[in-house]
Design a protein around this ligand. Structure first.
Ligand SMILES: [Zn+2]
Length: 67
């Protein structure tokens, strides 16, 4: 059995998963309550780029339920 390959695979898998976790953390769905704009941002401090409103609804993408 090529043990080295197995170790590499699980290390790659771990790296992959951490990248996905980081991506999920940074994918914040934003909805502007003022002008109804929707976009994906990486910050909960996002300001609407359309109307400069700070009245933004933030939803992390990983919170969306599987359908
Ligand atoms: Zn807006």
């Amino acid at each position: 059995m090529p043990d080295n390959n197995l170790a590499l695979d699980s290390a790659e898998l771990r790296e992959w998963r951490s990248k996905i976790e980081i991506a999920n953390r940074n994918n914040i769905f934003c909805h502007c309550r003022t002008c109804d704009a929707e976009w994906i941002d990486s910050s909960f401090e996002a300001v609407c780029s359309y109307c400069s409103s700070t009245d933004i609804e933030h939803i992390s993408c990983w919170q969306f339920p599987d359908e």
